[in-house]
Design a protein around this ligand. Structure first.
Ligand SMILES: [Zn+2]
Length: 70
């Protein structure tokens, strides 16, 4: 995963209570090591939808986890 702003390396991290907007919620997200840009799962989801449109969203079903039984 690379940053959209600076192409830097992004690391996975728990983002908690962004500016008090979402009470006491912690979400999985990514933080850029270079510019410090924060991207949470909801932002990624919205970006994907606006970029690819409804068609792709319905086809890939990103919200449903794949369970692999060996
Ligand atoms: Zn960056």
């Amino acid at each position: 995963m690379t940053c959209e702003r600076c192409n830097g390396l992004m690391v996975r991290e728990q983002i908690c209570d962004l500016q008090g907007r979402s009470s006491s919620l912690c979400v999985d997200g990514y933080r850029c090591l270079l510019c410090g840009d924060l991207v949470d799962a909801m932002i990624l989801d919205n970006r994907q939808r606006s970029l690819n449109g409804v068609e792709t969203f319905n086809r890939t079903r990103p919200r449903i986890p794949q369970v692999v039984t060996a």
